[in-house]
Ligand binder design. Structure first.
Ligand SMILES: [Zn+2]
Length: 238
């Protein structure tokens, strides 16, 4: 016990204040969440430069927590820190977007297969509720609500898979894809197709048919991936 206390007492001398203090404040978590949300919701666009002075004004904080936030966001690959340019919002190439969707499709497929085998009554109810919410939001013209509801349907399936590592990995990859996903999810005509695909996934889950659930989910996410690739090409991101 004494040994552990000794170690704890030494820590402030080893780790510089600049790196330690910001991440211990609840305010720092708010700052991280705000920058992340601005990227995920497209207010900070792929390729946009993130200058510390401008950001510290925008978020009303000093430059030290901004620098730490950028460092942590770089670790999740939402932003890139480049030697001369500094921090920029990550702008994946067409190849990277294809790679990301390939992996996400497979992981979503695993989640659907596990959910078919493991979901309990509560999971089933939750997936059915989210499915109904997606259907309802598709009738309106609110792309943002539809996007959010669609995400909740998928997350209900991740939760029903009962595998924390899998859910965490999908979440990290989803964040990297979010800037592209939100533009393509609500393409006219696509929402009706997507609803039918959700129907098929849900039916397979209820039948506890893991193979069909997996295949249906992979196909569903792949179509989204194809659209994303067209979008990225359209933005002439090389
Ligand atoms: Zn979907």
């Amino acid at each position: 016990m004494q040994k552990i206390q000794g170690r704890l007492n030494l820590e402030p001398r080893i780790v510089s204040d600049e790196r330690r203090i910001p991440s211990q404040r609840p305010l720092f978590a708010d700052l991280m969440a705000k920058i992340e949300e601005d990227i995920l919701e497209g207010r900070l666009r792929p390729g946009e430069r993130l200058e510390e002075i401008a950001l510290s004004r925008k978020y009303s904080v000093s430059r030290t927590p901004i620098r730490e936030a950028l460092r942590q966001l770089a670790a999740t690959r939402l932003i890139d820190i480049q030697p001369r340019l500094g921090a920029v919002v990550a702008r994946p190439t067409v190849g990277e977007v294809i790679d990301l969707f390939e992996v996400v499709a497979e992981l979503e497929g695993v989640a659907a297969a596990l959910a078919a085998q493991r979901m309990d009554a509560g999971d089933k109810q939750s997936i059915q509720n989210k499915h109904a919410a997606v259907r309802k939001s598709a009738q309106g013209n609110d792309a943002k609500t539809y996007y959010l509801m669609n995400g909740q349907f998928h997350r209900a399936i991740h939760a029903a898979a009962h595998n924390r590592v899998l859910a965490d990995e999908i979440e990290v990859l989803d964040k990297r894809l979010a800037p592209y996903r939100r533009f393509i999810t609500f393409r006219p005509g696509r929402t009706q197709e997507a609803l039918q695909e959700h129907d098929a996934i849900l039916a397979a889950l209820i039948n506890k048919d893991a193979d069909t659930a997996r295949a249906a989910m992979i196909e569903h996410v792949r179509v989204l991936g194809d659209d994303a690739v067209h979008l990225v090409k359209g933005l002439s991101i090389s």
